[in-house]
Ligand binder design. Sequence first.
Ligand code: SAM
Ligand code: SF4
Length: 499
Amino acid sequence: MSNVTLPLSDSLADSLATGPAAAIASHTEALPTTAAPRRVFIESFGCQMNDYDVARMVEVLRKSGYERIEEAEQADLIVINTCSIREKAENKAASAAGRYRPLKEKNPSLIVALGGCLAQQEGDALLKKIPVADLTFGPDQIPQLPGHVATLLGQQSADPATWARPRTPLGKYRLRLAKTEVIDVEDYEFLDADPRPGDVSITALVTIQKGCDNYCAYCVVPNTRGREVSRPADQVVAEIKRFVDQGAREVTLIGQNVNAYHAIGMPDGDDFAELLARCDKVPGLRRLRFTTSHPHYFSRKVADAFRDLPTLCPWLHLPVQAGSSRVLAMMARDYKREDYLDKIAYIKSVCPDISLSTDIIVGYPGETEEDFQDTCSLLELVRYDSIYSFSYSRRPGTPATELEDTLPQEEKSRRLQIVQALQRTITNERMARMVGRTEPVLIEGLARMGNGQLCGRTGGNHTVNMDPPATGEASALIGQVVPVYITQARSHTLAGQLA
Ligand code: SAM
Ligand code: SF4
């Protein structure tokens, strides 16, 4: 196991001032649970992995006497869960930290911790950039979070001046920690979800993988999340059962490249198809989804599962990134435009009404106008229900940084706008196809902005809002799959009536 626990140089001075034992204290030590509950506020950026990690942080902190609150002002501990996939995401974390600075000014014993991919990547460098932070910790450190916080609390100086000027002599009284140890593949153990009864929503995320071995040329994930590890199938199925027992009806299996899942050892090597079949059999589970698929690893057997498994929803997120084989090769994506289109044709042949979505990057180094037009024509051919589109963002430490970033930002923005306008038209057409149909909708709860309306999703992952039943309790429908007549398509949601 590699250990890159890095007290800052300032912190090293602290440890000399306060005793070296403080800096090397056992970080598994938890706070006493008999104390009045301490309050944690968490702000998270980024993908579903980060949402999943937040849920695990809440659980481990709860065991150490913390309760989660929704207002940062009342918090004893603030966690900012960062994302580093694009530069914009990084900036968001820095500005969030800036927003919490006045709270720390008022309350010097407040601990501000930065978790997630940016924290993992930058470690103590991030502490230097963000003076208000006391702790940076990577995703593998979540089980140790309460211990790290306890260490900091033991060492926190009562002098408010120390935190604001960590690099002045006064700073030597303030311990700050960077905990970015990555657990080796063979030692990695997935943290089982342990939600409280009543905390489980109708839809749940279940992780089946951590990390990624793919090294797409533009992507930081292999650096921030480490090598790919597949979670044992029994653990995945047991976790789904626990969620279902506590009221979940839909589960999304998550991982960076779920099709590369390999913890079963099937003779044909298609462990992911087998995992889907096992999950499908969990009693009480109504709906199963998965994300994210990598086209290179996406097999016919998995496509067939959309036809054969009753719980598997007709929705697939299959990120293409670019429509030009030349750009795909520069991205190290391991498939060509034609391979991708062949897979889409096969999926549509086994599940004709499937809703598809994708990720697109425009303005990749060396992308010509012709390459860009290939991306636009691919969108027209596939006709996704929705896309996530991004302008290429240069990420430190990725292979693409060696390519010359040829396009000015204005040109990247122009291409992004064209792609988004094109997709808006396609999305509108795809949404319009739903009007006049009666669709099975899983009711998830009350609509966010809808005077008592109910909200649910179709199998194709479209949000539907509808009036509650005229008689009886609307809440009785939550968690049920009910037929809904679709009356109207809006830009991103549908309106319907209980049928
Ligand atoms: N594992 C998934 C896959 O391979 O499709 C994607 C994971 S990533 C969190 C989500 C999306 O961010 C990617 O599909 C890609 O479109 C986008 N992305 C990743 N790195 C990027 C970069 N350097 N610049 C712009 N977009 C990026
Ligand atoms: Fe990043 Fe590629 Fe892995 Fe997705 S498959 S996480 S884009 S390296």
